[in-house]
Design a protein around this ligand. Structure first.
Ligand SMILES: Cc1ncc(COP(=O)(O)O)c(C=O)c1O
Length: 379
């Protein structure tokens, strides 16, 4: 049975009537920049996440960039971030002339290794940017403690983890800033590029509001050099239609992950004990929103052959991520010393993500599991 890695038709087609009515409403308004549709979305997001301030922005990448700009991060500053993540995490730091300092990750959670982060702090370190990778929250207690000890700002890259919680609070709401993405593959998938920046701090919020629109409080009078980081009202209105479904999407993702973990644990006890297969784990149910379900096949060649085996059966799968940031050519000259991130380098060679999107049917997920089991039993 053919199973895509993500099926946007299955998610968006049932909502077509609501989307069409929304589209017509926004068209009729002829308000295409800022305005009430965007404000309504921001109010709903702030309420959902339990934060004081939420700004719709042009992308998750721009949410990170805007946060760093508000914090005046620039040349001469260092920002700690995990090396096992999407490019935007480190790229946004480098774009401002600051130095991303690449930190290793914990193999068990894929998230930033706080001990390694502590060792990499220097007098130049201004901030830490944990990523809640694949939907699981990073160790925020340890991160906040480290940040408070060294007076570091905390920007949570929550692009993949909307819907996850840490100690009862939404991921992205514990640091100075939380940055979210509505890229179509995310838990709340939009209709093109867009993102959200949130904060509880009134002063930071005021500056974010200003920098989002070229640093101008009044038209053509620029107090700061900002950018155009606005979210389109059409995007905001369509996302608002989808927001009430977000928690049920996350619950479905969790049920698929539980199914995979239970089935693989029962069927593949021997290979798991032999270290041929490592399953992803949720620290607690609330910690994980399962944007990705990522297997590890540590033995040389196994990951790539499984990928071929699944592709041959038209089962979608993908390597998130094939290279750590410290191995990216564009960062080759940034750090004086090698980053020394052995866990991340091993994960890049072993990881493979399989379908876990909400609308996966029980038949589809069983056929994915069967294909994985058949392969693992053979190796
Ligand atoms: C961890 C992480 N950070 C940042 C981003 C950037 O988000 P966007 O694609 O909306 O710019 C993404 C999404 O692709 C991501 O996965």
């Amino acid at each position: 049975m053919s199973v895509p890695l993500l099926d946007l038709h299955a998610q968006n087609d049932p909502l077509k009537e609501a989307f069409t009515a929304t589209f017509e409403r926004v068209m009729a308004s002829n308000c295409f920049i800022m305005g009430p549709e965007l404000e309504a979305f921001e109010t709903a997001m702030a309420q959902y996440l339990g934060v004081k301030h939420a700004f719709g922005v042009s992308s998750g990448t721009d949410a990170l960039l805007l946060a760093l700009m508000v914090l005046d991060i620039g040349p001469g500053d260092e920002v700690l971030c995990p090396t096992f993540t999407f490019f935007a995490t480190g790229g946004s730091i480098a774009r401002l002339g600051a130095t991303p300092v690449f930190v290793d990750v914990e193999a068990s959670t894929f998230n930033i290794d706080v001990q390694d982060a502590a060792q990499k702090i220097t007098p130049k370190t201004k901030a830490i940017m944990p990523v809640h990778l694949f939907g699981q929250t990073a160790d925020m207690n340890a991160i906040l403690e480290l940040a408070s000890k060294h007076k570091l700002r905390v920007i949570e890259d929550t692009a993949q983890a909307i819907g996850a919680r840490y100690a009862g609070k939404h991921a992205g709401t514990l640091g100075d800033f939380g940055a979210y993405s509505f890229f179509p593959t995310k838990n709340l998938g939009g209709f093109g590029d867009s993102g959200l920046l949130v904060t509880q701090d009134d002063t930071l919020a005021e500056k974010a509001r200003l920098l989002r629109v070229h640093g101008a409080r009044h038209t053509y009078l620029h107090e700061e050099v900002g950018g155009n980081f606005r979210m389109d009202p059409l995007q905001a209105a369509l996302l608002l239609e989808k927001l009430p479904k977000l928690d049920s999407f996350v619950q479905l993702r969790r049920s698929h992950a539980t199914f995979y973990n239970t089935t693989f644990t029962e069927e593949l006890k021997g290979p798991i004990e032999a270290g041929k297969l490592i399953l992803p784990q949720a620290l607690t149910e609330e910690n994980h929103s399962w944007n990705q379900y990522t297997l590890l096949l540590p033995k040389a060649g196994h990951r790539d052959t499984l990928m071929q085996h699944l592709s041959d059966q038209n089962i979608g799968c993908r390597i998130y991520y094939p290279y750590p940031l410290d191995a990216q050519p564009c960062f080759a000259k940034l750090n004086e010393k090698p980053a020394n991130t052995p866990q991340a380098h091993s994960l890049c060679k072993a990881c493979l993500s399989i379908p876990v999107y909400p609308e996966l049917t029980t038949k589809q997920r069983s056929s994915v599991a069967d294909a994985v089991i058949e392969f693992i039993k053979r190796i």
